[in-house]
Design a protein around this ligand. Structure first.
Ligand code: RIB
Length: 340
């Protein structure tokens, strides 16, 4: 918004920086190689200060959107998110829509930048599966540019957008109840540093199970670790010094590290420790013993997310929808009854 109360235009940005409109347009569309870093920095700063976001209707570009959608995920190296991307591709490509992946990885401060590319980009829709995007940017994308958008998994902006989620509370309760029903009470829990909204609900589910079985929540056995196999290995070096008889891993990736850590300490699964995971990623088929885990409906998440985007593309006024999917408990050989 400029000082006349009107929406800021690219002309305002050019005037603010003291360069041509063409130069601003090239810089904001990633074609500004010929400009100095200082000029590019000034343009980005002006864009932020003046709150400038190109509007397709003003630019007459709306009809020129490609048949592509964006999917923003936290980390492509995590097998769950790789499978999520695949499920989106399997649902989108037969409809003639091609997903473009943005993996945020460690560059969380860039997530707004990734998403802003959709304001001046050509994607027809956005599936957001990563946390940390600012509501101001997402609202501008969803509202002023009316871009179809679906929130899923770790996306932590809810309320105004289509959403496809799993029932995290119930899923967390299911997996912890399984161990409690086997007689375990001293259960270690391995969580990532900093819980995202969906993982907070999952942890709440674990705690609800302990309350349901009148077992004190073992907060002294909650360990935080990297959100990958290295975190599982590190957590085991602490868990083996406790009286835990079972271990809940926040996901299968961490559970794989727990397997490695227990093996290096000559501990047996499930005789010494029952172990459970979450996601049911393909890699768990190669674990011995096979991992008890929660199967996430990844194919359904992809299909439902793409369908909601297509519905919105076909009718911008379609009613917002929240889809909550159930999960399945897959009991395998990594858990057993506690022998007193
Ligand atoms: O493996 C990644 C985990 O975090 C999954 O359980 C998924 O739900 C994500 O939030």
């Amino acid at each position: 918004m400029n000082d006349t109360g009107k929406s800021t235009t690219i002309r305002d940005v050019a005037q603010y920086v003291g360069i041509s409109v063409t130069a601003v347009s090239q810089i904001l569309n990633g074609k500004g190689d010929r400009f100095s870093d200082e000029t590019i920095r000034k343009v980005r700063e002006a864009q932020r200060i003046l709150n400038y976001h190109p509007n397709f209707y003003a630019r007459g570009l709306v009809g020129q959107r490609s048949n592509s959608i964006g999917i923003v995920i936290p980390n492509i190296m995590n097998p769950f998110f790789a499978s999520l991307v695949l499920s989106v591709e399997n649902a989108a490509i037969p409809k003639g829509i091609f997903p473009q992946v943005f993996s945020v990885n460690g560059f969380h401060e860039n997530i707004d930048y990734f998403i802003e590319q959709f304001i001046s980009g050509t994607q027809k829709g956005l599936i957001l599966a990563a946390p940390g995007a600012s509501r101001e940017i997402v609202d501008k994308l969803a509202l002023s540019n009316n871009l179809p958008m679906v929130m899923t998994d770790q996306a932590d902006l809810n309320g105004k957008y289509d959403m496809v989620l799993i029932n995290e509370l119930k899923a967390g309760e299911m997996i912890a109840s399984h161990l409690l029903e086997l007689g375990h009470s001293r259960i270690a829990i391995v969580l990532p540093f900093g819980l995202t909204l969906n993982l907070k609900h999952r942890f709440d589910g674990y705690k609800a199970a302990f309350k349901k079985y009148h077992v004190p929540v073992p907060l002294d056995l909650v360990f935080q670790a990297n959100f990958d196999p290295s975190g599982g290995v590190d957590a085991v070096s602490k868990i083996i010094t406790t009286d835990a008889t079972a271990i809940i891993a926040i996901n299968d990736d961490v559970a794989i590290g727990i397997y490695r850590g227990l093996a290096s300490h000559h501990k047996n699964i499930p005789d010494d420790y029952s172990v459970v995971g979450f996601d049911d990623i393909n890699l768990t088929n190669y674990l011995v013993p096979r991992l008890t885990t929660i199967e996430q409906p990844i194919a359904d998440i992809g299909e439902q997310s793409v369908q909601l985007l297509v519905n919105k593309m076909n009718d911008p006024n379609v009613q917002r929808k929240s889809v909550i999917l159930d999960v399945k408990l897959r009991i395998r050989e990594s858990t057993k009854k506690l022998e007193m």
